[in-house]
Design a protein around this ligand. Structure first.
Ligand SMILES: Cc1cc2nc3c(=O)[nH]c(=O)nc-3n(C[C@H](O)[C@H](O)[C@H](O)COP(=O)(O)OP(=O)(O)OC[C@H]3O[C@@H](n4cnc5c(N)ncnc54)[C@H](O)[C@@H]3O)c2cc1C
Length: 435
């Protein structure tokens, strides 16, 4: 079961030609279409299932600079500004508000890490501050007596509503001329004279000058069919949402073993912050060397599992004829099972620290498959080995908040404008060099 998502009116007739075809109707593909359309570039989003039905409706909704990799901070700051501007210019409600985010500090080592991050992030213009235990208690009076050493607080970070935002941005993009086709899987690319010249969809061919692959957890498989190696693994994260709980904290809070944020409906989205599942699949072996150095850093809290998914992915074809249905049509919406034990851990930890949540009623649980890269940074940019192909994928569990900036950046790169932020940290070539 995944969250109830706002819908759009999907277009019915596939055009024969556009400037840019975008594969994937998550928030990344949709933001890219919005900014291309705003620059007068014709764009079509091709989505195999429903808009936002995978990661983009299942996430926590945090839009943060707090704790980000320093390389991502310019993109996070540009994105917060766009989220803000959209409040007045989009003509749609994304549910965005700057309600603040706080990470509690639980050990001396973490305190040193937070202080180090804060110095570097402040130099880039991030607004955040360290809180001592007294200030923390004033800000979060609902917290029980605890041994926290303090916290890191970013008062200008915010949240948006994942079940609303993607559709809201898509409707605004439609008004600018972008087109959206749901239930329209892309089976492959058309190449002419050594470059991309179109896509083959389940409803026919479409000619275009450029293709953006924004396929989330499917991007690595799609690239493999083109002979392009994109190291990416799926990481499964579980979430629960509660019934409305009046009087609770407005701030979004992250601790080692829980995280929560208030929802527009008055309930809370809750998760275990340090427990995600890495299913063992053939990709785990294919990309082992790429991910090994990162296992001790970015992904040290992963729980590795061997299950059915290994067999399912083992059976996936790597090549198929574009005139027949392929794996993208076989699974319209990737809908992993939430892990009950992990959610129970989150609930126990949360109630221990916030007795306010003891009576919570679970309204829904779900899980999402995140698209992790070895350095936990996305790939945003062209693929040199196949001119005309651009990637915007691998957001590694934090692409919702930076989606507006990522969409603007991709539109800049395609239309040849000065990029909103430097694309250098996100270049695809970094993986081949690392190897
Ligand atoms: C539980 C959870 C919590 C998270 N919390 C946060 C958070 O608080 N803040 C934050 O910033 N980020 C968060 N994230 C990450 C964030 O949700 C993602 O980074 C972001 O949604 C990625 O968007 P996307 O468009 O790249 O991918 P997706 O939303 O996964 O969309 C990709 C789309 O491509 C489509 N597709 C793939 N292949 C094809 C094809 N061949 N043809 C047609 N369509 C295709 C798929 O059907 C899918 O709809 C979280 C993620 C999860 C799972």
């Amino acid at each position: 079961m995944y969250p109830h998502i706002q819908m759009i009116n999907s277009d019915t007739h596939l055009p024969t030609h556009v400037d840019v075809a975008i594969i994937g109707g998550g928030i990344i593909g949709v933001c890219t279409a919005y900014f291309l359309a705003a620059r007068g570039v014709s764009a079509v989003v091709l989505e195999k299932g429903r808009l936002a039905a995978e990661q983009s409706s299942r996430n926590w909704g945090w839009c943060r600079t707090l704790g980000r990799d320093l390389a991502e901070i310019p993109l996070a700051m540009a994105s917060l500004k766009i989220w803000d501007d959209w409040q007045t210019t989009l003509g749609e409600d994304t549910g965005f508000q700057r309600s603040g985010i706080l990470y509690v500090c639980e050990s001396a080592r973490q305190q040193a890490e937070q202080a180090h991050w804060l110095r570097a992030a402040s130099a880039q213009g991030v607004v955040a501050r360290e809180l001592d235990p007294v200030q923390l208690r004033q800000l979060l009076p609902q917290a029980a007596r605890h041994h926290w050493l303090g916290a890191l607080h970013a008062p200008e970070d915010g949240r948006a509503e994942p079940h609303m935002a993607t559709a809201a941005i898509a409707r605004a993009a439609q008004r600018l001329g972008a087109r959206f086709h749901e239930q329209c899987a892309v089976r492959g690319l058309i190449r002419e004279a050594g470059r991309v010249s179109g896509v083959v969809t389940e409803h026919g061919e479409l000619r275009c000058a450029s293709v953006v692959l924004a396929g989330g957890a499917w991007s690595s498989l799609f690239c493999r069919t083109l002979g392009i190696r994109l190291p990416q693994l799926k990481v499964i994260a579980s979430v629960l949402r509660t019934a409305p709980m009046p009087g609770g904290p407005e701030l979004a809070v992250g601790a080692h073993d829980f995280a929560f944020r208030k929802r527009r409906d008055g309930g809370y989205t809750i998760a275990q912050r340090s427990a995600n599942i890495a299913p063992i699949t053939p990709d785990s072996f294919r990309y082992l060397a790429d991910f090994l150095p990162a296992l001790a850093r970015q992904y040290r809290e992963l729980r590795v599992r061997l299950g059915r998914q290994f067999i399912d992915e083992w059976r996936l074809p790597t090549h198929w004829s574009p005139d027949r249905p392929g794996p993208f049509e076989a699974l319209r919406v990737l809908d992993p099972q939430p892990d009950r034990a992990i959610l129970a851990e989150a609930r126990r930890a949360l109630c221990r620290h916030f007795p306010f949540f003891e009576g919570l009623q679970v309204s829904q649980t779900w899980a999402g498959a995140m698209d992790a890269t070895p350095d936990a940074l996305p790939v945003i940019g062209p693929v040199a080995e196949l001119p005309g192909l651009f990637l915007s994928t691998g957001y590694s569990g934090h692409g919702f908040g930076i989606a507006p900036g990522a969409g603007a950046l991709m539109a800049d790169l395609i239309s040849g404008q000065v990029p909103v932020v430097s694309p250098y940290p996100f270049r695809f070539e970094r993986f081949s060099r690392a190897r």
